[in-house]
Design a protein around this ligand. Structure first.
Ligand code: GLN
Length: 200
């Protein structure tokens, strides 16, 4: 991908596995900025929200006055890719959130936090993602959410063998329950950069 011709993209950097996403995006040739302030958000044409802890991301985004600017950019059509906690931040509705937990919203889905419980805290699997083609995605799940409900505009990109939804897309918003950035998988980030190119 000719990432150099794209405007800068950001990684939400108040919490989570920021470095891994920055590395994948730089590998793909993107000009990547860490976003911690509204001014930094103004400089990017798309945003990745990493994995981490969504309740902490929520609190910090309010504390750092990023919640409203982020919501406004999402409403205005900025491409965003959320992984794991980032997917939770993009969801309009959260099941099993902590008291008072808010999200940015944008994706017409309900997600369930920590959906695999304590017994199966983390696992890896080969996941078929038809829009990405072959080979299957090596998907790493870490205290991951699943998508419980999807609205009519949402495209389901991947399900586990038991039918649970773990990747979705709605317009230029992309969300995965798992972490492609830790397993050398770059196709979701490529897809995100494609959305940025289409939007700019
Ligand atoms: N369980 C975390 C949360 O609720 C998400 C875990 C992750 O991002 N790996 O935000």
């Amino acid at each position: 991908m000719a990432g150099n011709s794209l405007p800068p993209v950001g990684v939400f950097a108040l919490q989570g596995d920021v470095r891994e996403h920055v590395a994948v995006l730089r590998d793909l040739g993107a000009d990547v900025r860490e976003v911690r302030t509204p001014a930094q958000l103004d400089e990017v044409a798309g945003l990745v929200i990493p994995g981490g802890e969504s309740s902490v991301m929520d609190k910090l985004s309010r504390l750092f006055a990023l919640q409203e600017p982020l919501r406004a950019r999402i409403r205005a059509g900025m491409p965003v890719y959320g992984t794991c906690a980032g997917l939770i931040m993009l969801a309009d509705r959260v099941h099993d959130g902590i008291d008072g937990q808010q999200t940015l919203g944008g994706l017409d889905v309900a997600v369930r936090r920590n959906a695999f419980g304590n017994q199966l805290d983390s696992f890896e699997t080969a996941l078929d993602v038809p829009v990405l083609g072959e080979p299957p995605v090596h998907a790493v799940f870490i205290r991951a959410p699943v998508v419980d409900e999807v609205g009519p505009e949402v495209e389901v990109l991947a399900r586990l063998d038991d039918g649970r939804i773990v990747a979705v897309e709605q317009g230029r918003l992309l969300g995965t329950s798992f972490h492609p950035e830790v397993s050398g998988e770059r196709r979701f980030h490529e897809r995100f950069l494609g959305h940025v190119a289409a939007a700019s």
